[in-house]
Design a binder for this molecule. Structure first.
Ligand SMILES: [Fe+2]
Ligand SMILES: [Fe+2]
Length: 273
């Protein structure tokens, strides 16, 4: 059973700065003959404010060669306590309208794959508790299946005990609650996006994979030093019974755009007030 992880495509019908990478990703995905495709968020340039971005992404994802399950990123639904784009009811409903649920479950071989909305972590919305209760039940009911999470933000950059990394990973409070669940339920794999970097590490028996973006990379002026490789691509998972092989791949034909070159157009600074 072959699953592709794609991430951080940052597509829009109006801001087409990274659009040229979509046909290359589509062609590569088709060649892989996947059974399932998982998008780990930031599908859109600005779905958090532009509903047409979400509608557009949902429509072109129908061209992908397998069923697609997506989890939202900060650019799709906003993020907790953000001054301009807080995750809220209206933004979540927009996502759900175009992509269905923002958390989901899919059983594959002897695995239970769980998609999680990382933008709820630390949001204090009622949905945060609802998702956690659902997650606990889904893992309790997994009956011997190995567990994998797919979500946008990584739990940490360097290690589980690190301080707050700000924008880049889950805050220490919700991180601790999630890591307690990882240990309690022996979560085997956590696949994330958001960083636009490619990485594969094991910590305390769990494998953490950072799926690279298929849109753009981030230069050192905009991103602090952190592990991982600064390159575009995607990830292939081959699930067989209780095993998985995971390979981070280059995708032929992707152009390495740097967000630094176009950020003033794609994500212009907001005026105060
Ligand atoms: Fe992103
Ligand atoms: Fe992101």
């Amino acid at each position: 059973m072959r699953v592709l992880q794609i991430s951080d495509t940052h597509l829009s019908p109006t801001k087409r700065h990274f659009a040229a990478n979509w046909p290359a990703l589509l062609a590569w995905a088709t060649e892989q003959r996947p059974d399932l495709i998982i998008h780990t968020g930031d599908v859109s340039v600005d779905g958090a404010d532009q509903e047409e971005d979400l509608a557009y992404c949902a429509s072109i994802f129908r061209n992908l060669p397998a069923p697609v399950l997506s989890v939202p990123g900060n650019h799709d639904v906003g993020e907790a306590y953000h001054p301009h784009q807080p995750v809220d009811r209206a933004r979540l409903e927009r996502w759900r309208r175009h992509f269905g649920g923002d958390w989901w479950l899919r059983d594959v071989e002897n695995w239970r794959l769980l998609g999680l909305n990382a933008m709820l972590f630390g949001s204090d919305l009622p949905d945060e508790e609802e998702q956690l209760a659902w997650l606990r039940k889904a893992m309790t009911d997994a009956t011997g299946r190995r567990i994998a999470w797919f979500t946008h933000k990584p739990l940490f950059l360097e290690g589980p005990d690190e301080p707050d990394t700000g924008y880049w990973s889950v805050k220490p409070g919700p991180r601790k609650a999630l890591l307690d669940l990882v240990r309690e339920f022996d979560v085997a794999l956590i696949a994330t996006g958001h960083l636009h970097k490619s990485h594969d590490l094991r910590v305390d028996g769990c494998r953490y994979i950072w799926g690279p973006s298929a849109g753009f990379v981030v230069g050192p002026e905009m991103q602090p030093p952190m592990p991982g490789e600064c390159r575009l691509g995607a990830v292939i998972y081959d699930f067989a019974d209780s095993d998985v092989t995971a390979t981070r791949e280059d995708v032929p034909g992707l152009t390495t755009y740097w967000i630094d070159d176009v950020v003033h157009e794609v994500y212009p600074p907001r005026q105060a007030a």
